[in-house]
Design a protein around this ligand. Structure first.
Ligand code: ADP
Ligand code: ZN
Length: 750
């Protein structure tokens, strides 16, 4: 298969162009194929009961074994099961059918990721109950006036009757509240027949974002980028654009113009953000810009919110949806624009269940729907950057910060020369910079991507290291919580006084720093400064995050210490110093993307400094000051760094120049896992162009109690790997106790 030029997403081809038509009615046949949200290989046939009209995309309830399940009519029945054995569809839900584009998208994702279509459908039906209209509520209006004569009138009863005489029917609780009486009074009137019940269908009052509201006056560069995006929306065809601009350049303001254009055209907008729970500031800005909040979709929603949101999307009432990667699978009837903010972020890759990259799937969704998609980043992924350079994607650059704010000044601290004292982690020059910052009444941030107090605990007498019994991982000390914890499974244990191996007392020692340990050091150095930890352990839920962001903005905190939770998107005007405690973390290991990712993360962290009038300073502590990633950061020469990374990938046939797919074989019994892994190794498709590496123990050879082996398939871009892998898997018998997961375009090599 050849490249499709402009219609090609990062690692895949779309096949022949097809026209998207209207939802077809299933022909006269009284059977339909219903796809169920289960990992089944295909849709099942059901009988259409007399009097029920069904078309493709209808949401239905069907029996399966003893259960009743929600499903979607996927097409006409296949007819393999005899009529007499067919079970009937139980119910059709009264909600617009799943759009054809969406069904094709689900099939496409399933084929691409090699997941069963039902497993992908499950992500689209993740709000069970959303298909049912909200329950009607009982309200009361005046009933038979004849009954009044028999009624013993009281003051309370009078008030209720007066209220209803010149008002709409109301539920009893509301009436009681307004009339200042108990609900029993209303009930009494209803029992006497003076009031009669009516069913009200609740209407949700959904304020719509208003595209007419003016945005800020854009700079000429911003205006040009915004105009270009408005043009793509107006053209209403498939296009991919990379919006590449330094942090603080106004990318959000620019793409807001594209949102406005799409709203004006009357179509829906989807914005994907990494970790929506962290994006309180984004939501506030949106509400200010458009006068109403967007619909949100993420894992912290309550069941009721999920159902309502799902329904609002399906009916088209939701105009703008902002969400985490799963928002891509909502059934938009008229999606007109997709935006992916921080498109390089690894959290767009889902690593369990259906393994997919939401950014790449979003490009496919945009292609199917013939709509524009905009990828936004200050540090684009190498894939997107290469696609833009090759002309497959459009590119819009915003090279300067808005309003003349200067980019922060980045400096390396060579820890070999500028040594922290023993058992301390901050170099003297960083401590000096902190002192200066506090003296100016400004804020500082220390970044270390390590939760807890120390990443490793060992015995000074015998050298025993505390390891997780279920995973190939050290136990992390969380001193504040008084425990050792595995960050991969739920295993925790109390902190130890005695070595479990040699029984030496008081010999257990914390090795290396986590954020808690940095906090301890800083408290000793600066006892008068107000400090806060910002990690996923201390910030649980969107409220805690919002509150923390507010405290920093209101300058109730002088020093923030945190992990990558803190790196994302926040805008703190008084923050002028950023210290990266360990810039080398993440550079080790042979991971394909180690350098790229570290660059992106550190650049993003650095971007937190000096976002307003005050200039920012960034210090990167390192033992490898000559490392290309660190050199690229301090020189600000991103282009040559990306170029070198791209050359290297090109030379080795790595993505996006070649394709990768991983097989992960896992199970509780090591020998069985090995047998399957070796069988896969023997039967692997190998040719002049296709290589298979492995099987090899995964870096996490034991994870949550499962032994793991990996195989990696490498092929040129022109090879379609899915059929190869399907054939390969069909040649090997896999017992039920072993799982083989396919990871197309792997991101993590763990
Ligand atoms: P980015 O998304 O590129 O990091 P933002 O859109 O968040 O940049 O802009 C950074 C800050 O500058 C925000 O507070 C934003 O409101 C402000 N800003 C950007 N462009 C303008 C503009 N044209 N007029 C007024 N304020 C702007
Ligand atoms: Zn574990």
């Amino acid at each position: 298969m050849a490249d499709h030029g402009s219609s090609s997403a990062p690692g895949f081809d779309f096949g022949d162009e097809e026209q998207v038509g209207a939802s077809r009615a299933v022909p006269q046949a009284r059977r339909v194929a219903v796809l169920l949200p289960l990992p089944l290989p295909e849709a099942y046939d059901y009988k259409v009961p007399a009097g029920m009209e069904l078309g493709e995309g209808n949401y239905v309830e069907v029996p399966l074994g003893p259960r009743h399940l929600l499903g979607v009519v996927w097409g006409p029945g296949a007819g393999e099961v005899s009529d007499t054995k067919l079970r009937p569809v139980a119910q059709r839900f009264d909600i617009p059918p799943m759009p054809e584009i969406h069904r094709r998208f689900i099939d496409w994702v399933a084929a691409y990721t090699m997941a069963p279509p039902g497993a992908v459908l499950r992500m689209a039906l993740s709000a069970i109950g959303g298909m049912e209209p909200p329950k009607p509520i009982t309200a009361y209006q005046l009933g038979d006036p004849g009954r009044l004569a028999e009624l013993r009138m009281t003051a309370a009863r009078r008030r209720v009757l007066d209220l209803l005489a010149d008002g709409p029917p109301r539920p009893s609780a509301e009436l009681a509240l307004e009339a200042g009486c108990s609900a029993a009074v209303v009930r009494g009137l209803a029992d006497a027949g003076v009031l009669e019940p009516v069913l009200l269908h609740p209407t949700r009052n959904i304020p719509a974002p208003d595209w007419r509201l003016p945005g800020p006056v854009l700079s000429p560069e911003q205006a040009a980028a915004a105009e270009s995006l408005r043009g793509k929306v107006a053209a209403a065809g498939f296009s991919t654009t990379l919006l590449d601009g330094v942090t603080g350049s106004g990318k959000t303001e620019v793409y807001s113009e594209a949102i406005a254009a799409c709203l004006e055209a009357g179509r829906q907008v989807l914005v994907l953000l990494p970790e929506i729970a962290l994006s309180a500031q984004w939501l506030e800005r949106f509400a200010t810009r458009f006068g109403a909040p967007p619909h949100q979709w993420h894992s912290d929603l309550s069941g009721t919110q999920r159902r309502a949101t799902w329904r609002d999307v399906a009916t088209g009432a939701a105009r703008v949806v902002v969400g985490a990667r799963s928002a891509l699978f909502l059934p938009y009837p008229d999606l007109g624009l997709i935006l992916i903010d921080e498109e390089h972020d690894p959290s767009f890759k889902q690593e369990d269940g259906v393994i997919y990259n939401a950014r790449d799937m979003a490009v496919a969704r945009a292609h199917l729907g013939a709509i524009p998609i905009v990828l936004v980043s200050a540090t684009p992924s190498l894939e997107s950057s290469i696609n833009a350079d090759a002309g497959r994607y459009g590119r819009l650059d915003l090279p300067a910060r808005h309003g003349g704010a200067s980019m922060p000044d980045l400096k390396l601290i060579d820890l070999r020369l500028d040594r922290p004292p023993r058992n301390r982690w901050l170099a003297p020059s960083l401590v000096t910079a902190l002192t200066e910052t506090f003296a100016e009444g400004e804020q500082a941030m220390l970044f270390l991507n390590r939760r807890g107090y120390a990443p490793l605990t060992l015995c000074r007498s015998c050298g025993h290291r505390m390891q997780c019994p279920n995973c190939t991982a050290w136990l992390v000390e969380h001193r504040l919580a008084g425990k050792l914890q595995c960050h991969h499974c739920d295993f925790t244990m109390k902190l130890l006084d005695v070595c479990p191996s040699c029984s030496a007392e008081g010999s257990m020692t914390a090795c290396g720093p986590g954020v808690e340990r940095i906090a301890e050091e800083v408290t000793q150095l600066f006892p008068d400064q107000r400090m806060a930890l910002m990690t996923s352990d201390s910030l649980i839920g969107p409220h805690a995050i919002r509150e923390m962001v507010r405290r920093v903005q209101d300058h109730e905190i002088d020093l923030l210490i945190g992990t990558q939770v803190m790196a994302k998107g926040h805008h703190f005007p008084m923050l002028t110093l950023v210290g990266v405690v360990d810039s080398d973390l993440g550079l080790g290991g042979g991971d394909l993307r180690a350098a790229e990712r570290t660059y992106q993360l550190l650049q993003q962290v650095a971007g937190r400094a000096g976002r307003a009038e005050r200039a920012g300073r960034v210090f990167l502590q390192t033992y490898m000051p000559e490392h290309p990633v660190l050199q690229a950061l301090i020189s600000g020469d991103r282009a040559s760094f990306y170029e070198r990374e791209a050359d290297e990938r090109h030379e080795h046939g790595m993505p996006p120049f070649g394709r990768l797919a991983a097989l992960i074989v896992s199970g509780e019994e090591e020998t069985t896992v090995d047998v399957v892994a070796r069988a896969l190794g023997r039967t692997a498709p190998r040719s002049e162009t296709v290589q298979v590496l492995g099987p090899a123990p995964a870096p996490y050879a034991l994870l949550r109690g499962r032994h793991r082996r990996r195989l990696l398939l490498k092929a040129p871009r022109a090879v379609s790997v899915q059929p190869l892998i399907a054939e390969w898997l069909s040649r090997v018998e896999v017992p039920g106790s072993v799982r083989v997961q396919v990871d197309i375009d792997p991101y993590s090599f763990l």
